[in-house]
Design a protein around this ligand. Sequence first.
Ligand code: ADP
Length: 447
Amino acid sequence: MFGKVLIANRGEIALRVHRACKELGIQTVAVHSTADANAMHVRLADESVCIGPPAAKDSYLNIASIIAAAEITGADAIHPGYGFLSENARFAEIVAAHDLTFIGPSAEHIRVMGDKITAKETIGKAGIPLVPGSDGAVRTVDEGRKIAKEIGYPVLVKAASGGGGRGMKLARTEDDIESAILNAQSEAKAAFGDDSVYLEKYLELPRHIEIQIAADSHGNVIHLGERDCSLQRRHQKVLEEALSPVLTDEQRAEIGEITRSAIEKLGYLGVGTVEYLYENGKFYFIEMNTRLQVEHPITEQVTDLDLVREQISIAAGNKLTLRQEDVKFNGHAIECRINAEDPRTFAPSPGRITDFHAPGGPGVRFDSAVYDGYMIPPHYDSMIGKLIVYGDSRELCLARLRRALSETVLTGVKSTIPLFEELLDNPEFQRGEYNIHWLENWLAEDD
Ligand code: ADP
């Protein structure tokens, strides 16, 4: 096992990784920007190094400073968390070139999956079902128009380097295709410095269902079931459930095995997520994430496996602790992303948390790095914490969620707690009857 791990991240995920390290007897190094000098991950880590000013590009994305911090402190490995450098293939290469272990997959796998066009091609060859679409990049409007006609409208124009729902434009009919392609290209160029786009059939009422996988360096690969992340706003996840309210055990076993065996064929190492859209009983691959995900705790709760511990252990060369036949699913889990945002307009609301009390009791987990008097800096994402509830049944989770939300004390900033309280009153949500558009329609209705 590693002696010392540098955590190249901030917020709740830096704390989550720190906790896993401590339970494994590993020393931790926190890195932080000047805006995060008083952050919880810095306070709890065994050592900390300031790596730059507040802007992420000068601190949490500053590869030279992070490598220097690892060398100065004598760390053996770097955990990238999610976001920031977690899916940066060059960073993974540079880490390895400095004789440090990158806690994640190979740079090659990150690169292939980071480009959605090469990802689709690679994963399709490994036997995973795809959304019908263009065979690779679409370069001109004329080419796009021709391919869209073949696929059939509506079509979605997507950025090859896309992430966070950016660079995605819908064309309902041929009249929209030119502006969809040009807008997707310019948005992608501005956000990712790459204007490659491709086309996909636009699925009207799918659910977003993703399969968690884990693979060690001894050739063992397992899947850990699915998470239903259909409740989204602007293609961003808001609330997630494990397992999905709509899949049968047979469907889970089938898509789980298709995913597991494809990942095995790719020779992948580490944890990862294969994302699908699910409509009319069929799965369609959309992308693979080569990192730990925000919503990983709900899988931990239903499988009783510590994914971060497993991830670190795999990176150190150990075998997976479970074989596929040992993976059992127990009960249900739900996660709410509680953000410092206006619950109606979603405008960010950074500032000082004047009073804070986390919910607790049976079946409640609150993954967060905030505390009484904490100043949420305006420079990063607006997450306050992830409220995770779990229990024998979905019904019990809904009751626990209501109870936990009502216990939470959070003053000084606006939060999305009222949104979740209102959502819990909705009969369709209560019955698990929703798709990827449901939340936005419900929000629009309420206005
Ligand atoms: P990103 O990397 O930007 O998050 P994804 O490819 O993962 O992009 O898609 C994000 C979300 O966008 C999906 O969860 C889904 O809601 C929507 N989406 C993506 N592809 C399609 C499609 N072909 N049809 C309908 N919705 C889609």
